[in-house]
Design a protein around this ligand. Sequence first.
Ligand SMILES: N[C@@H](CCC(=O)N[C@@H](CS(=O)(=O)O)C(=O)NCC(=O)O)C(=O)O
Length: 232
Amino acid sequence: MNTTHPHADACQLPMKIYDWYNGPYPARVRIALAEKGLLQKVDFVSINLWKGEHKTPEFLEINYSGTLPVLELEDGTRIAECTAITQYLDDLDDLDGSPTLTGKTAVEKGLIHMMTKRAEIEFLDAVSVYFHHATPGLGPHVELYQNEEWGLRMRDKAVRGMRYFNEVLKSQPFVAGASFSMADIAVIGGMIFSTLVELSIPEECEALREWYARMQNRPSVAAWAAMVEKGE
Ligand SMILES: N[C@@H](CCC(=O)N[C@@H](CS(=O)(=O)O)C(=O)NCC(=O)O)C(=O)O
C-alpha cells in the first residue's frame, strides 16, 4: 500500500482525487482546488457511494476510513481528510497569486485550525451523522447500523452549530476572521449537506444567510455548483 514516499513533499501534478461529484466533503476539496487554481490539474475518479464502492476491500486499501475524498499524488502518496488535503494544496509552493487558505501567521493558522475543527464537530459532521442514522442515508446496503435517536440528537446539534456560526459572523466577515479561509469552506460544506438533507437554517440566522449568499458568489463556489449541475 503506497502511503508515503521519500519525495512526498514535492509538488506533483497532475493529481488524482477519488471523490463523488456532489458530495459535501468532496465539495470542500473541489472549492479549495478552485481557489488555488488547480481544478484543471486534477483527474477526478468517481467512487459511487450509493453503490457502496467506498466500502469495498479495494477502496479500503486506498483509504482505511472508507470515506471520500482522497488525494493521490503521482508517486502514489495518498492523503485523505479534507483538512489535510487542503493543507497540502495550500502549501504547494509554486502557486503564486493564489489565496492562502490555512493562514500565514501562527495566530491565523491556529484560529483557522480551531474554526475548521469547530465547523466539523459542531456542524458538518453532525449533519452527516443525522443523514446516516436518522434518514435512509446511502441505503440499507451501506448503512449497516443506524441509531435514529443518535441521528436526531446530531441534527439538533447541527442546528445549534448554525446558531453559533451566525453569532460568529455577526462580528466578522469570515468564519475565522478578516479573510476567507479553509474554515469558511468547512462551514460551506455544512450548508451544502444541510441543503441535501433539507435541514433549514433557523429564521433568525440572518448573518449566516448573508455570509452564505456571499460565499455562493465566490468564483470557486460557483465553479463547484456548475460542476454539480453538469454531473461532473
Ligand atoms: N473526516 C472525513 C469525512 C469524509 C466523509 O465523510 N466523506 C463522505 C463523502 S460525502 O458524504 O460528503 O459525499 C463519505 O465518504 N461518506 C460515506 C460514508 O460515510 O459511508 C474528511 O474530512 O474527509
